[in-house]
Ligand binder design. Structure first.
Ligand SMILES: Nc1ncnc2c1ncn2[C@@H]1O[C@H](COP(=O)(O)OP(=O)(O)OP(=O)(O)O)[C@@H](O)[C@H]1O
Length: 600
């Protein structure tokens, strides 16, 4: 293929377009220039420190005065500065950076893309930089305009080694330079920096980071770390765990939250890169199961993306995450022996997250299993309590199933565990494998129904008349009457809600399983959609006697009492109307009893 006119052309960069791209898309907040200036100053000091290891970093910021004749905005460092050729090479070429000459540079410097300085154009139409290199006696002034022009002058006056950035705030962004906005931002990004940051407003001068961050000091007590966590996140954490990784050279503190969190909840953290704040998002440093943790952490060797708001998702980050996960697990494994009170608090609040971990870690599971609480039809119980008190441990892996089954199980005195979360089902199966001596069985409504036996054809004939009467009594409650044999015999009746039990779905399921019981359920299926079921237990002596009673008045009263009693036993809400019915029926029975009418 031939080029038109046999010529090559160069791409042109529209600087205004670049600025708007950076300000509106890449950098999420207009205060980004503060972070970029700070980071350039820190990098310049780090570069100088390679020549003079005793250099004490000094960053001085002057905020502009309100009046037109007041101080301009100046951001000054005592870093390595720039020679004239470096000004042309690095400052004046977008995308060029002096910080990626060697592999070692990535360890030393935060910047690498050569675009950070452009963020100053978001807040100022002009950038003026005075700089003197550590290798030069002369200083230079570089003035750049947002239309792409720049100018270099030799400074007549002497200046110390370092760099001074002067900006003239745009009217629209002048508020960002006011002390009340600027100081919190610079503190936010620079509170952990080792370089001294001094800020001057009017005639006042103040050092912003006098104290080094306590969380980076290895001798800081747990109390002091907790206190710091409280100030930082306004939360009284359960515990503070020191953290150190080889990959990414991370160092910091993991805080255990004192409240329950959702699995999808995103926590705010404080993530630093080379001691400058990078982000409050977790950035993939925490394992996916660690939702109950907040962290303050600094990494010396992970890499930031160009937006400087995230870490690059690479192998090093993954290795660091693995180490953090390991450290957290090892803490959880040990805390039981170190501080049982803290351990119990963690279990009580974060058991769901711990179960998720235990489902994948057998050693961890065996350590905490007995203390883990499970939701059962008899309330929350620890596994120890469950295995000690119930010879058979039933479980339901589906919440709807659990809701259906728990009531019937309740009548039968059985214990059913709700393992609706996927990892809980995995967990219970794992426990089954680990402790085969335990009788752990899956339960479902269809399985429970299978334990109910229909009455015989002869019995149906014999009880047809009385059943008709009973149906009339329960009709106002939208109830289907049934006579079945089921355990335990001392439960006279059970109630199940139409949408919970004998639904067409359940019946379909039983049919699909080729269950011989399905035929017996056929008649119910037609009425199944909305109606409730009131099922009398033919194993129960009282029920058997009830069916032989001739007195309609008494038959109705006993039926109504049994009905409300079944509601109560199944933990269904009892309406005022039903309670009134119960009282009236009981009253009738008492009256009849007193007249010595009851002979059962
Ligand atoms: N305060 C400073 N002292 C010395 N050199 C500086 C200073 N600020 C900027 N520079 C020079 O200007 C270059 C461009 O700076 P810029 O902030 O645009 O990008 P960077 O810091 O290299 O990379 P990044 O875009 O990742 O921040 C730097 O590589 C550095 O050589």
């Amino acid at each position: 293929m031939e080029t038109v006119n046999n010529e090559y052309y160069s791409f042109q960069v529209n600087l205004q377009g670049m600025i708007s791209l950076l300000s509106e898309h890449l950098y999420s907040n207009p205060g980004t220039f503060i972070r970029e200036l700070l980071q350039n100053a820190v990098d310049a000091i780090a570069a100088f420190r390679q020549l003079d290891e005793h250099l004490i970093g000094d960053i001085r910021i002057t905020l502009p005065d309100a009046g037109p004749a007041g101080n301009p905005f100046v951001f000054q460092d005592n870093g390595i500065g720039l020679k004239e050729n470096e000004i042309h090479e690095f400052l004046s070429v977008i995308g060029e950076s002096s910080k990626r000459k060697s592999a070692e540079d990535a360890r030393t410097f935060i910047g690498r893309f050569g675009i950070g300085l452009l963020s100053c154009f978001v807040v100022s139409d002009e950038i003026c930089i005075e700089t003197r290199s550590a290798f030069d006696a002369t200083g230079f002034r570089w003035t750049a305009f947002n239309d792409g022009r720049y100018r270099i002058e030799t400074l007549q006056e002497t200046m110390p080694v370092g760099t001074k950035v002067c900006l003239t705030p745009k009217k629209s962004h002048a508020h960002l330079f006011r002390p009340e906005n600027f100081i919190p931002q610079i503190k936010f990004y620079g509170d952990a920096l080792p370089e001294k940051i001094t800020i001057r407003t009017g005639k006042e001068e103040k050092v912003l980071n006098e104290q080094p961050p306590v969380w980076l000091h290895p001798d800081t007590s747990k109390e002091a770390l907790l206190q710091m966590g409280k100030e930082l996140f306004q939360t009284s954490f359960i515990d503070a765990v020191r953290l150190r990784t080889e990959a990414g050279e991370c160092e910091g503190v993991l805080y255990i939250l004192p409240y329950k969190t959702q699995f999808s909840a995103r926590q705010h953290h404080r993530i630093y890169l080379k001691r400058m704040l990078l982000s409050e998002a977790d950035n993939g440093l925490l394992p996916s199961w660690a939702f109950f943790v907040k962290m303050v952490v600094n990494s010396n060797t992970l890499s930031a993306t160009a937006s400087r708001e995230f870490f690059m998702q690479n192998d090093l980050l993954r290795a660091a995450r693995k180490e953090i996960g390991k450290a957290l697990k090892s803490y959880l494994k040990n805390i039981r022996n170190i501080d049982f009170e803290i351990y119990q608090k963690i279990i009580q609040i974060h058991f769901l997250h711990l179960k998720a971990i235990a489902a994948e870690d057998t050693e961890f599971l065996s350590l905490i299993l007995d203390d883990l609480p499970f939701e059962t039809n008899k309330g929350f119980r620890t596994f120890k309590d469950i295995r000690e008190h119930f010879p058979v441990i039933y479980y339901c892996a589906d919440y709807e199933e659990f809701r259906q089954v728990q009531r019937i199980a309740e009548y039968q005195g059985a214990l059913v565990v709700n393992v609706a979360y996927t990892f809980e089902e995995d967990l219970i199966k794992k426990i089954k494998g680990m402790q085969p001596e335990l009788n752990i069985r899956e339960m479902s409504s269809s399985k429970l129904l299978e334990t109910f036996t229909d009455i015989s054809e002869d019995e149906k004939k014999a009880y047809r008349a009385v059943l008709k009467k009973l149906e009339q009594y329960t009709k106002p409650f939208n109830c289907v009457m049934q006579l079945k044999y089921f355990a335990p015999a001392d439960t006279p009746a059970i109630f199940t809600r139409g949408d919970e039990d004998f639904t067409s779905a359940t019946i379909k399921k039983i049919k699909a399983n080729d269950n011989p019981f399905a035929g017996a359920l056929g008649s119910i299926q037609q009425r199944a959609e909305a109606v409730n079921t009131f099922c009398l237990n033919m194993n129960n002596g009282l029920v058997k006697n009830l069916l032989t009673i001739d007195d309609d008045y008494m038959l109705q009263a006993i039926t109504e009492v049994l009905y409300v009693q079944a509601l109560l036993m199944g933990k269904y809400p009892v309406s005022e109307k039903q309670l009134l019915l119960f009282n009236n029926a009981l009253h009738s029975l008492l009256v009849m009893g007193m007249k010595n009418f009851i002979q059962i």
